[in-house]
Design a protein around this ligand. Sequence first.
Ligand SMILES: Cc1ncc(COP(=O)(O)O)c(C=O)c1O
Length: 424
Amino acid sequence: MDIAPNLTPVLGRYFTRNWSHGEGHRLYDTDGRAYLDFANGIAVTALGHGHPTVNAAIHAQVDRLLGPVSAVGFTEPISRLATELAGTFPEPLNSVFFLNSGAEAVEAALKLARRVTGRPGIIAFRGGFHGRTFGAASVTSSSLNYRAGYEPLLPGVHIAPYPVAYPDFGGDEEAASAAALSALRGLFEAVIPPTAVGSMLIEPVLGEGGYTPAPASFLRGLRQMCDEHGILLIADEVQTGIGRTGRMWAFEHAGIVPDVVCVAKAIANGLPLSAIVSSRDLQERWGRSAHGTTYGGNPVACAAGLAVLEVIRDEGLIENAAVRGGELRAGLGRVAAEDDRIGDVRGPGLMVGVEFVRARDGHQPDGDLADRLMADCADAGLLVLLAGREHQVVRWIPPLDVTAAEISEAVEIFGESLAAIPRE
Ligand SMILES: Cc1ncc(COP(=O)(O)O)c(C=O)c1O
């Protein structure tokens, strides 16, 4: 039976359960069944469901002022969140433009770069996912379905190889990094001169594309090339940001500072809010009213954002993400040691991917197995999602305040569900 006959069939869903409510790290379906939620609406409810501090901040702000007022003046939650958020970035990233969604943040970053540099070229990386609007879809290449039939997309976009260590280079990060940097130099020599490129846009860890981290040497190489040629480096931290990788921002692992950072998803623990963050100088050069928004920086979403940052700081959740992530990778590594259908376990902090293969030596992706496993895990009370072009990667996105006991519980369900699936 179709549960929602009047809802569009276009929007893809990982599960067809009917959700009733969430409490802490569990989601409950309408039959009252509890599920350990390691999906979090794709990295959104990073503090779980109904976090008391976040909910109290939301309730208080709803009673004080609900409406979006950005174009009319300032409100305390917006101004204060801008300051608090800027405080999580290294200098000179101190100027915040609030929007509503990840795609909007990407659009804004691309527009800023084009206007400020006066250059048409944009370089994005294969496997990247940046959103569904025309500009964001034009820089997205994690699946053909996000692009096909929408051509012509934004002109001036060049897609370069992402440094995928596994399986492309047998897990050798440095080889992957060197090859991808060399491909980029080749692009500059034969396809577009660097003087015509205004921005490079990259996810420090591929999200939808397969939970694949870019090696630090690659991000450092990009930073160097951008500096050399006057190109703005944009980090899409929509999925990787807000502590997910065991650092507040994933670019910190590489010791670089991008020119523009896109932020969304976990920032307001479920309410729509996003932002781009850059230097004040760049935003001034972008120019007054060069971009705008009606809803961006809604005071209720900003109040939630303030509570999220406060909880992350007060409860040491970035450190928790690093420690629990280590436990998660160790647990999954033990499962992988017993089962050669797993080709790779990878990813920083609590952004962990498990890649399934038909045969370890051939590395052929096995999306069917990952798909079945995701369904079986859900039946056993654990929600995990998939990533990768063939959906061959089970991606783990636990809440940032996940406990060691919950990690063990989840790894056990995963291991048992996998063991119960017969080999073909
Ligand atoms: C890295 C990245 N960028 C951009 C987006 C688009 O965000 P939204 O769906 O809020 O537009 C996503 C969404 O999954 C994402 O993972």
